[in-house]
Ligand binder design. Sequence first.
Ligand code: DGY
Length: 331
Amino acid sequence: MSDLRFFVTAPIPDPGLPLLRAAGSVHLPDAPPDAATLRAACESGDYDVIVAQVRDPFDADLLRAAKIRGISNFAVGYDNIDVAAATANAVMVGNTPDVLTGATADIAMLLMLAVGRRAVAADTFVRTRHFSGWRSDMFLGQDISGRTLGLAGFGRIGRATARRALGFDMEVLFCPRPPGDRPVPDEELGAFAGRVRHVDWAELVASSDYLSLHVPLKDETHHLVNADVLQAMKPTAVLINTARGPVVDEDALVAALASDEIAGAGLDVYENEPRLAAGLAELPNTVLLPHIGSATVSVRAAMARLCAENAIAMARGDVPPHPVNPEAWRP
Ligand code: DGY
């Protein structure tokens, strides 16, 4: 057994822990660490790599004092880590891209369908024994087919959502880097060329029946959807967020939903997760999921494998297979 040392902040599925245990020693606390405990673990010099989750914050202060080689995030997103500070302090960061793309796009579609067709309220109606026979005016929803889907962001998950939406006969618009823009040549669009339309952020907001967010959380995307954006959306529009909660001003969203400024929202992520903005849970025109975009058995297993492989490589002093900041590597 080698002397690689891992601090795993919360259990990860198989084959993650067995791979780590085969490579070295694993410390798995009984409960996920609070900020002070995480900081103490990073500073202790007892661990080579922290195997972290999206709720574990690594700020510049912690990273300056950290005596670790790397952080292996059990997620594709890494907004919980100050990557610039990690790089400055020679702390490598690994993530788990690609394996969760399809599953997350599936959840975006599920939320569109569930909000548009009022699936959760209809399910509750049946379970509570209110269904007493077919009626022509029962649970009338909004179409998905033939409606316009606006994709904020056109990376891996945005494109996978576009593929699915085209199969539902939706018209697909995209803005690649909202609230700004960048040119997207046809060669980059590949098979999407001629099937999806590039528009600017203002047009995307104003034209979408379903506005679905697929951007990373950064300074530029924090509160990308704010009160002004919500006001500029169609009153019949539905907002879908499977990206990161703080991309949406959640208080503004509650106000917009409560005043019928927009028709509905399907959310898998929240601004102050796991806390919900006041009033959100009481709104009938929402479907709220507990951050399950990547939650399938096979996807979580694939994430666990990548996460462990990243962690083992970093603990050995190598660049991980999926590096976020390869420039942090020091020979
Ligand atoms: C991710 O991978 O970034 C998800 O949001 C958490 O699993």
